[in-house]
Write a protein that binds this ligand. Structure first.
Ligand code: SIN
Length: 309
């Protein structure tokens, strides 16, 4: 039976409410990954190993945790005893980690992200079911020689390229931004195989997100440029969460031009839930396709890293 390594990073799946009747008042990242596994009787027959990589509420996700996760994944990829990996994660930034792993993984082993919208103590806790399904999906993929990165949530399998949180509190909170879930037995999308090495860079480029909205006059962009100059903490990139299919308030656009003039890379995404901003001939500003603003930020980080000497 293929061995599945479960990497714990925290999240609501590992959360506890002091009053199970008020399950919205809980603390994420309280239970260890071993405890999550032993709470699922169905997993008793599987060949499993566990490792606690982090213990955070994923709102606090960042480069250092991605580096730790990358180290564990790189070593699991080189370990013949491990056939598949499941990662327990918070739902809030799962889409960012998913798109990072999709960019870096070579696709030779399956990596399955899972999470929960209810803490482990809730009467309707969804973590145990999601974890059990994630392990089943990971093991079955390993058995048929499938690799890549997917997320298993609320009974569905999503490509790591598409998955995103689409509801702030429903149990079935994820969708594919217009893309359909994967058929459990269909081939998984091939990841981009950029390699785990980029995570060894001690510091990522600084990429920030700004939104275009009524009265968006570029004040934040200009303030960021002033701060970057004064502090020496260079601003490398800006993701714009645009209106509609990539439009920007004219005053914000003027500020973005000032940023571009001093070397800041600017990409457009949409603040609308579906459709993204598709590239068109003659675009003055690059469009990030279907990525959410947060995913586009990860993608631009990686692009800027790959351009570093
Ligand atoms: C988190 O993202 O860690 C907290 C919220 C969640 O997992 O649903």
């Amino acid at each position: 039976m293929p061995k599945v390594l479960i990497l714990g990073t925290g999240g609501t799946i590992a959360g506890i409410a002091s009053d199970p009747g008020r399950s919205w008042a809980y603390r994420a990242a309280q239970l260890g990954v071993d405890q999550l596994v032993s709470a699922v009787p169905e997993l008793a027959g599987f060949d499993l190993a566990t490792q606690q990589v982090a213990q955070i509420d994923s709102k606090d996700m960042g480069w250092a945790t991605w580096q730790a996760l990358g180290r564990s994944l790189e070593s699991a990829m080189g370990d013949d005893a491990v056939s598949a990996i499941v990662i327990t994660h918070g739902t809030d930034t799962l889409e960012e980690t998913a798109c990072l792993l999709h960019a870096l993984h070579d696709g030779l082993k399956p990596i399955v992200l899972t999470a929960a919208m209810r803490p482990a103590t809730a009467p309707d806790a969804d973590g145990p079911g999601n974890l059990a399904q994630a392990v089943r999906v990971a093991q079955a993929a390993a058995q048929r020689g499938e690799g890549g990165v997917v997320a298993v949530l609320a009974g569905r399998v999503w490509s790591a390229r598409d998955v995103r949180k689409a509801h702030s509190h429903a149990i079935d909170a994820f969708d594919g931004g217009g893309a359909e879930p994967l058929d459990e037995h269909a081939p998984w999308p091939m990841p981009q195989a950029q390699g785990w090495r980029v995570l060894r860079q001690s510091r990522p480029p600084r990429v920030e997100v700004v939104t275009s909205h009524a009265d968006a006059d570029g004040w934040l962009v200009d303030a960021a440029l002033v701060h970057a100059r004064a502090s020496g903490d260079k601003l490398d990139g800006l993701i714009v969460a645009c209106t509609g299919h990539g439009t920007v308030h004219q005053k914000l656009e003027a500020a973005l031009q000032r940023a571009r003039d001093v070397g800041v890379v600017v990409w457009r995404t949409s603040r609308v839930a579906r459709g993204g901003v598709q590239p068109r001939e003659g675009d003055a500003w690059p469009a990030a396709g279907n990525w959410t603003p947060a995913q586009a930020r990860v993608s631009l980080l990686l692009e800027l890293l790959s351009a570093r000497p």
